[in-house]
Design a protein around this ligand. Structure first.
Ligand code: AMP
Length: 427
């Protein structure tokens, strides 16, 4: 990583950025007292129109880190004409909605108009919105390409291009889509790349799309993990559901995000837990957009206690004050563990992440421990101790890690084709 540079953390408040009063008013209305690390470092660079490559986890305030300076640069340019000048690409609809809401929130006192397009819903209202005129567009790659194909949107005046969660975009196989979208964009523009990791693929991508980028890398890699209390319970695979319902019920947790590796498991678990008396709903890539939104709303409103999600479906979900995450199954990609537990302990809150680990998942726990550089001590909950006389199917016929990943690829949401990062490979 030759062009990596660490920026010193300065003491700053939002007023130190010389942001317009209209934005400061929105920041105040959002109850943000001081900028987060990623904001402190990225906002001045983006205001100065640099290309930026920033490593930041979801939950660190990265959306405001690019949204605020983009909005400020609109205000400074003082052009009254409504022209689409900013494009933000996100890997999932949920993240697109989240980013859209943030732009609307931070720009609520300005006349800057943000639009959003994503798949899974009719194009009609999206086309109408585009026709009516917008300044900023948040888009998922597939739907944007559809709209480019029908000439419903033009990107020839784009001045700022943002890749949000670029690593996830590549993992989800959007490389070709990105290349095709790039052909519609002007050569000269400011490009901002936000990614949770700086894996090799991201460096390759950055070389192609960024010009003399400023690198922002705060030492937040394991930040989510630091703020979250992590508990690991060893338990037999066939008793995990019972234990999950028991934990939620006995501790009276009101809002728990439960992660599974596959869609099938998410569906089954939601059904069974509801039968156990813990009202649950599943959210994954096979659900329609309407069903996903309904599930999220019911969860946010407290109508269901457990949201059972796959990794891809959970990206971009921002649930204020979420305090409990349960890893019903450990992820095949250790970095997904950090994303998962980072759903809680957002913006300075604390959280609890419980992982239920059966004997056949111990190699996954080891990979997570290596990534975190921490030993996660396994505990046994009385009444749920693993039965040493029980031999799991996978212990009888151990499957290779490669096969396990292949299984995950065929069963899970559209997940990364390269399951481990360069860092975990190096270990
Ligand atoms: P993000 O990483 O952009 O998904 O943001 C995570 C959460 O942090 C969101 O709920 C934001 O509203 C919140 N947030 C962003 N910036 C700040 C800040 N400076 N102070 C407090 N909360 C913030």
């Amino acid at each position: 990583m030759p062009h990596l540079k660490l920026f010193l953390v300065k003491q700053m408040t939002f007023t130190s950025f010389s942001l317009d009063d209209l934005l400061l008013k929105a920041i105040k209305a959002s109850s943000y007292n001081e900028p987060t690390e990623i904001q402190k470092q990225s906002i001045p660079l983006i205001l100065a129109k640099h290309d930026v490559m920033a490593r930041a986890q979801t939950g660190t305030g990265k959306t405001a880190a690019f949204a605020l300076p983009i909005l400020q640069n609109y205000i400074t340019s003082s052009s009254s004409e409504r022209v689409l000048k900013t494009l933000v690409l996100t890997p999932t609809r949920e993240l697109a909605q989240q980013v859209y809401k943030s732009f609307c929130q931070y720009g609520q006192y300005t006349s800057i108009k943000t639009g959003i397009v994503y798949g899974g819903v009719s194009t009609k209202t999206q086309i109408q919105e585009l026709k009516a005129g917008i300044d900023i567009l948040i888009a998922t790659p597939g739907r944007l390409l559809d709209l480019l194909h029908t000439k419903s949107v033009k990107l020839d005046k784009i001045e700022v291009l943002v890749f949000d969660e670029a690593d996830r975009m590549l993992d989800m196989g959007f490389k070709d889509e990105i290349d095709r979208i790039s052909q519609h964009l002007p050569e000269h523009k400011q490009t901002l790349l936000f990614s949770a990791t700086f894996a090799d693929e991201i460096y390759q991508m950055s070389k192609k799309i960024l010009i003399n980028p400023k690198i922002v890398e705060i030492d937040e890699k394991n930040k989510a993990a630091d703020d979250v209390e992590q508990i690991v319970y060893g338990v037999d695979a066939d008793r995990k559901r019972e234990l999950t319902s028991y934990l939620i019920g006995s501790k009276n947790w009101k809002q728990v995000l439960v992660f599974t590796r596959t869609k099938q498991c998410a569906d089954e678990l939601a059904k069974e837990m509801t039968k156990d008396g813990v009202k649950s709903v599943a959210i994954h890539g096979d659900k329609s957009q309407g069903a996903r939104e309904k599930a999220l709303l019911e969860f946010k409103e407290g109508k269901v206690r457990a949201l059972i999600a796959t990794d891809v479906a959970a990206r971009g979900i921002d649930i204020k004050g979420l305090s409990h995450v349960i890893n019903y199954e450990l992820p095949y990609n250790a970095e997904d563990y950090i994303h998962r537990i980072g759903r809680t302990a957002r913006a300075g809150n604390s959280g609890l992440a419980i992982s239920l680990v059966s004997t056949d998942e111990e190699w996954l726990l080891t990979a997570i421990e290596e990534l975190l550089d921490t030993k996660l001590l396994q505990q046994w909950l009385p009444g749920y101790e693993p039965d040493p006389t029980k031999v799991s199917a996978s212990e009888k016929r151990p499957i290779s890690k490669k096969k396990a990943r292949k299984n995950a690829l065929s069963q899970g949401d559209k997940v990364r084709s390269k399951k481990r990062t360069s860092r975990s490979r190096r270990r």
